[in-house]
Design a protein around this ligand. Structure first.
Ligand code: DSN
Length: 433
């Protein structure tokens, strides 16, 4: 990518305290390696849309049907975001108003479930998400849940086991998608299982949306009823989310026979007025910009490069004796069980931070340690790929990770690695600072 401006003239003049912190964060990003797989660097165009006067407009309702005046321009922006998203994901209906991933999932459930219905989703401890039915989250409090895990032998999804669980628990919705799963999802199989028990199929593709848009991961369409995603991960847009679905409710007779709404209408009504108030139109403008970027042919190259980079890093890490859950990766992320390296996830995260390499500690399937200091770390390539790193640099990054883990108690060595990280980052600058 080209170096970008961080325009903040007014901020510098009016609030130097916050401005200095913005500068400090930009420097941290510029001279460190960002390997958290859910993070990315949005373009300057996306950030300019976020910082535009669109921030200031209230627009409850939907395009051409608003509760406030003055929405002529806003309507066009939201219509563009919807049209671009439809084109990108080849889906029938899109709602671009969800503020973020958790509210998107909440609205999806509100659209089709009643309190007390059963959600089946992947357990957080195996790589799922809080909103897929965890007991401390609204999804596990309002609804009954059945949580599936990964195979103990392979670390992969066991579709036969999910089918068995679905028959036993008779869920009303089956959720696929994860935050720490390094393999491809078989959305067709998920939907077949859902259909066999008369459940809705939902895919939360937040992590892999950019890979789907770029054609390097299978699409959940046309198999899946409801698809939610954030817009800021591999999709490289602003913080935010959207819900995509088919128009028709295939289970209308079974669950909503008396309702006059189809699935698309139920989703829209669940987002507003069901859950949210005024949509964040600056964020929606920025989503439209990001979808426009993702529709360009270069985005396909970007998505393919994310996967190539992850593959090469995983090969080097395996060579260096790291235990990758599932034995590798098909997508943008790697989950590493550090037990054989005699270091905990928290210790590794701290040492890597000192070296300027940002990852997050993460539980591995069947982890016996606490989530506050689990056995693993999770890392991925979307952000470093955006800044221009290719296979040869990614090999080097994997070597730096190995060196850091081997020297995690050696402050002098960590300082040396920090310098190597800075030198690498200086060749791939993000901002004009
Ligand atoms: N926080 C996100 C992630 O890191 O995967 C999930 O919401």
């Amino acid at each position: 990518m080209e170096k970008e401006n961080l325009i903040r003239n007014a901020l510098q003049n009016s609030d130097s305290e916050i401005d200095k912190l913005v500068q400090a964060e930009a420097e941290r990003q510029q001279y460190g390696l960002e390997l958290i797989p859910s993070e990315n660097f949005s373009s300057q165009a996306v950030r300019e849309a976020m910082a535009s006067p669109m921030n200031d407009k209230y627009a409850e309702g939907y395009p051409r049907k608003r509760y406030y005046g003055g929405n002529q321009v806003i309507d066009t922006v939201e219509e563009l975001a919807i049209e671009r998203a439809k084109q990108l994901f080849k889906c029938e209906h899109v709602n671009v108003q969800p503020y973020s991933g958790s509210p998107a999932n909440a609205a999806a459930y509100f659209a089709v479930l009643n309190p007390g219905d059963t959600i089946m989703g992947m357990a957080l401890a195996h790589g799922g998400h809080l909103t897929h039915g965890h007991k401390v989250n609204f999804s596990g409090k309002l609804y009954k849940t059945a949580q599936y895990g990964l195979s103990k032998e392979t670390g992969k999804i066991d579709y036969d086991e999910i089918e068995k669980m679905a028959k036993e628990h008779q869920p009303k919705i089956i959720v696929s998608g994860a935050t720490a799963y390094p393999r491809e999802f078989d959305f067709k199989r998920f939907s077949e299982i859902a259909e066999s028990v008369g459940a809705y199929s939902m895919a939360d593709v937040a992590h892999i949306a950019g890979l789907i848009a770029g054609g390097v991961h299978q699409s959940p369409f046309p198999h899946t009823d409801i698809v939610t995603t954030t817009t800021h991960k591999t999709l490289r847009g602003p913080r935010g989310a959207m819900i995509m679905c088919r128009e028709e409710d295939k289970l209308k007779e079974k669950y909503h026979a008396k309702s006059k709404w189809n699935l698309a209408q139920r989703i829209d009504r669940a987002v507003f007025p069901g859950l949210q108030g005024g949509p964040h139109e600056h964020q929606i403008a920025a989503k439209a910009v990001a979808f426009g970027e993702a529709l360009k042919p270069e985005f396909k190259d970007y998505a393919a490069q994310i996967v190539k980079n992850a593959k090469v890093m995983s090969e080097i890490l395996i060579e260096k004796g790291f235990d990758l859950v599932t034995g590798g990766t098909d997508n943008h992320l790697m989950l590493i069980d550090l037990t054989n390296k005699n270091i905990t996830g928290q210790e590794a995260e701290t040492a890597l931070d000192k070296a300027g390499i940002t990852v997050n500690k993460n539980a591995v399937p069947y982890d016996t340690r606490s989530p506050f200091d689990p056995s693993g770390i999770r890392l991925g390539t979307p952000a470093i790929t955006t800044r221009g790193l290719k296979e040869s640099e990614c090999k080097y990054v994997a070597e730096l990770i190995d060196k850091t883990i081997n020297n995690h108690n050696n402050e002098e060595k960590l300082t040396e690695i920090r310098q190597e990280v800075k030198e690498l980052c200086s060749k791939f600058l993000l901002y004009e600072l």
